[in-house]
Design a protein around this ligand. Structure first.
Ligand code: UGA
Length: 464
């Protein structure tokens, strides 16, 4: 961790992080590492029990080590009692879930519940900070709720400190952020938040609460827009015969554009972009602005999955009884998260068409098994008999008519492609992430399907 040059001792704060999900647990472990006394509260008894036994509720590189260290050094503890957590804390970070509702709006009932508990347990001054991604004006609502229900004359303040961490790189992102955003109403709140982060070397942007909340929604929506934009360009590449990889290389060299988030493929998934886009559209409309651009971003994203399966279908002709190997299930590498993963729609499509699928993912198998479980798992549509999981990539690939790469896990770079070709029934690679080196796989005799990769035409050098 980069230390700041001034060697001031950081004040140790009693922090309560409410919610032991991805944002909450990572923040709790990282605040403990910064030297604060942190209690992390979750109403899920099993989750807290597991955490007390050093069992992480999800896969995140380096998290287990950080949690163990925090607990050992007595900077980190886990509680199920929100009342206890609130009463002993000076600073409370709300990191509970804000899941999407049917109409696209964020369900803020868990946030309201925390505000109510705080109102009933305001035994000293408290700074209440929202870390969950919430629509603009949520801080205002939290403040109103606490003011309405509080039972003491103690003061409190509400702030916003949105989290920008990425799953799979969450610990790194916490300690090396591009910026820290704090939305506050007073210099006291600003001072406390600056103190809490004083050992993290990053620019701090201080705003009002509404602005901080908007920064988060706008950032995620912009990144999703960037992905959909390049995916739309990749469609034109397919139609016109051009190479998206060169286009992104050239566009990315323009500093005003930047190379990040310009990877074309089967599109974005996960629990953040899809839900945040919906929630941002919803709140914009509620405030009086129709954010139509975001609707198109979503349409393009969903179209990419359809586009991918159409490409495969075109090559395989009849999907029924074809054997398809799927490598990568998680919505991106280095996570076991399957929420809104593009793989789910793609697998369901192949199942519906009667294919036999063998799936492999280095981390997401348990999540995928739950999702596609034989007992009518929502994603399986009851067709789980034609769905198998394999322990390794080669087992999945053996005897297949098509290898679909849906998540670009690093370990797939190490695949022995000669062996892959030997054990496939037909050497067709459908690369949903433009992950393989197209020239290399084609020179080895594979047929290659990419996303906007020009030579989507059949390779002449296929298996005899
Ligand atoms: C995202 C943001 O990047 C974080 O800054 C934010 O804190 C987080 O949401 C959140 O709101 O909690 P995350 O969902 O973990 O993080 O994943 P990303 O790394 O942003 O990737 C999102 C999706 O976009 C993945 O499915 C990924 O495969 C896809 N993607 C990403 C592309 O299709 N192309 C790209 O060029 C980049």
């Amino acid at each position: 961790m980069k230390a700041k040059s001034d060697k001031k001792n950081t004040k140790k704060y009693n922090i309560c992080v409410v919610g032991a999900g991805h944002v909450g647990l990572v923040a709790a472990a990282c605040f403990a590492k910064l030297g604060h006394a942190v209690s992390c509260v979750d109403s899920d008894l099993r989750r807290i029990k597991a955490l007390k036994n050093n069992k992480m509720p999800f896969y995140e590189p380096d998290l287990e080590c950080l949690v163990k260290k925090g607990v050992k050094e007595k900077n980190l503890s886990f509680l199920t009692s929100l009342v206890e957590g609130v009463r002993k804390a000076q600073v409370i970070f709300i990191a509970v879930g804000t899941p999407p509702q049917k109409d696209g709006s964020a369900d803020l009932s868990s946030v309201e519940n925390v505000a109510q508990v705080i109102a009933g347990n305001l035994n000293s001054y408290k700074l209440i900070i929202s870390k969950s991604t919430v629509p603009v004006q949520t801080g205002k609502k939290i403040k109103e709720t606490i003011s309405r229900y509080k039972k003491s004359s103690q003061n409190f303040e509400v702030a916003s400190n949105p989290e920008f961490l990425r799953e799979g790189k969450a610990i790194y992102d916490f300690f090396y952020p591009d910026r820290i955003v704090i939305g506050v109403e007073s210099s006291t709140a600003e001072h406390i938040l600056r103190d809490i982060y004083s050992k993290v070397d990053a620019p701090i942007i201080v705003t009002d609460v509404n602005t901080a909340e908007l920064i988060k929604h706008a950032s995620n929506s912009f990144l999703a827009t960037k992905i959909s934009f390049i995916n739309a360009v990749s469609r034109i590449c397919d139609l016109a015969g051009a190479d998206i990889s060169k286009i992104t290389q050239a566009m990315g060299m323009d500093k005003r554009i930047g190379r990040d988030f310009l990877n074309a493929g089967i599109g974005y998934g996960g629990f953040c972009f899809p839900k945040d886009l919906e929630a941002f559209s919803y709140i914009s409309k509620k405030l009086g602005y129709d954010f139509d651009l975001l609707k198109e971003v979503k349409n393009i994203n969903e179209g990419q999955r359809k586009n991918f399966v159409e490409k495969v279908k075109e090559r395989l002709w009849i999907i029924k009884n074809k054997k398809i190997a799927v490598l990568g299930l998680a919505f991106k590498p280095d996570t076991d998260d399957m929420r809104f993963a593009p793989s789910v729609d793609i697998i369901n499509f192949f199942l519906k068409e009667g294919a036999h699928l063998t799936l492999y993912d280095p981390q997401a198998k348990p999540e995928a098994v739950k999702l596609f479980s034989a007992k009518g798992g929502s994603a399986s549509g009851g067709k789980a008999g034609r769905l198998k999981f394999s322990k390794g990539p080669y087992e999945a690939i053996k005897g297949s008519d098509c290898l679909c790469l849906l998540t670009e896990w690093g370990e797939f770079k190490k695949l022995n492609l000669e062996k892959v070709k030997r054990i496939m029934r037909y050497p067709l690679i459908a690369d949903g992430r433009n992950f393989f080196d197209k020239n290399k796989v084609c020179s080895l005799g594979f047929e290659y399907i990419g996303m906007g990769m020009q030579s989507d035409g059949q390779s002449s050098n296929t298996k005899k």
